[in-house]
Design a protein around this ligand. Structure first.
Ligand code: ADP
Length: 304
């Protein structure tokens, strides 16, 4: 199976014509409550693609925890390593999406952020028999590092989504523990100081990430596509043409597609193209986890 170690949130999403100004009250077109958090999103997106997946992390013991676990289980995600912390609230995110499909997000990490490296043994069983592990930065960094080290000791490849980028950058020790790193445009700029506007600049940024110890860098350029740089191959995948209405979780669905394709044994270029199709499809519908495409939908887009 694919192991995901990361956050579980409940997302409160409001659709508005435009973002509110300070002090202003707006009426929303529509609002929804659903599962979110990069860990949960990536796990559900992997499950939608028909791959075995287990999520390790934390919720609280509140109503939102029940909602989160039920949603994950209904999607087919193994939640044996999703712990409950009675002392913390389930993570929450407050998301506003404007007419142009852009988003603004506020996150209360809650239970996701309540545990450090000492919790590593609790989550480690998720790595048993895993072929690949997906991680993000919505947990304490000491725990991310400890889990990446454990995965490395067990010979399990680590795919790191460096999101959100910590104020002081990623811990230097994390780069060599990540086999694959997948920053978007803003994360690439924050990590490397280079604004990735095209293939040339994205590959320059990738070189910096390689120099820090990560073998494969995949730079997600939103509607401009994606650039990859691996030891044996590099290139650009142009974006699939879709009508984007909500870019929330495009990156999560991209990463799920990438993990799923690599776990099936695809070469890097093919895996990135598959992932780009997943990311593109995710922008065509609202929501985070619920926007993830199925294998049939991805196959249709790839054949078009
Ligand atoms: P994040 O959600 O992390 O910001 P991106 O917005 O870069 O990530 O999206 C991830 C990937 O999804 C992109 O690299 C691209 O392959 C695909 N994607 C995102 N937005 C679009 C779009 N408007 N049209 C086509 N593909 C898109």
């Amino acid at each position: 199976h694919i192991a995901v170690i990361g956050s579980t949130n409940i997302d409160f999403v409001a659709h508005v014509e435009r973002f509110a100004q300070p002090g202003e009250t707006l009426h929303v077109h529509a609002s929804t409550t659903g599962l979110g958090g990069k860990g949960a999103n990536q796990a559900i997106a992997v499950a939608r693609l028909g791959q075995d997946v287990a999520l390790a992390g934390w919720t609280g013991t509140d109503m939102l925890a029940t909602m989160a676990r039920t949603t994950l289980q209904q999607a087919g995600v193994d939640t044996h390593c999703l712990m409950e912390d009675p002392a913390a609230d389930t993570g929450r995110a407050f998301i506003t999406i404007n007419h142009a499909g852009e988003n603004q997000i506020l996150v209360d990490g809650g239970a996701n952020m309540a545990h450090g490296a000492e919790a590593c043994p609790l989550l480690s069983p998720v790595l048993d028999h895993a072929t690949l592990v997906m991680m993000q930065m919505e947990m304490r960094h000491a725990l991310v590092l400890a889990m990446a080290r454990t995965a490395r000791e067990r010979g399990i490849p680590v795919m790191l989504d460096p999101a959100p980028v910590p104020a002081r950058g990623l811990p230097a020790e994390l780069y060599p523990l990540a086999d694959i790193i997948t920053p978007n445009e803003r994360e690439t700029r924050d990590l490397t100081g280079i604004e990735p506007t095209d293939e040339t600049t994205a590959l320059q940024a990738a070189q910096i990430l390689h120099a820090r110890g990560t073998r494969t860098a995949i730079i997600k350029l939103g509607h401009r596509g994606v650039v990859y740089s691996a030891p044996d191959a590099q290139g650009f995948v142009s974006p699939f043409r879709v009508r984007a209405i909500d870019t929330v979780a495009a990156g999560d669905c991209f990463n799920a597609g990438l993990a799923s394709a690599l776990a099936r044994g695809a070469a890097i270029g093919e895996a990135v193209r598959f992932a780009a199709a997943c990311g593109a499809l995710a922008t065509t519908r609202p929501g985070a986890a619920q926007a993830a495409p199925t294998m049939d939908e991805v196959a249709d887009l790839l054949d078009r």
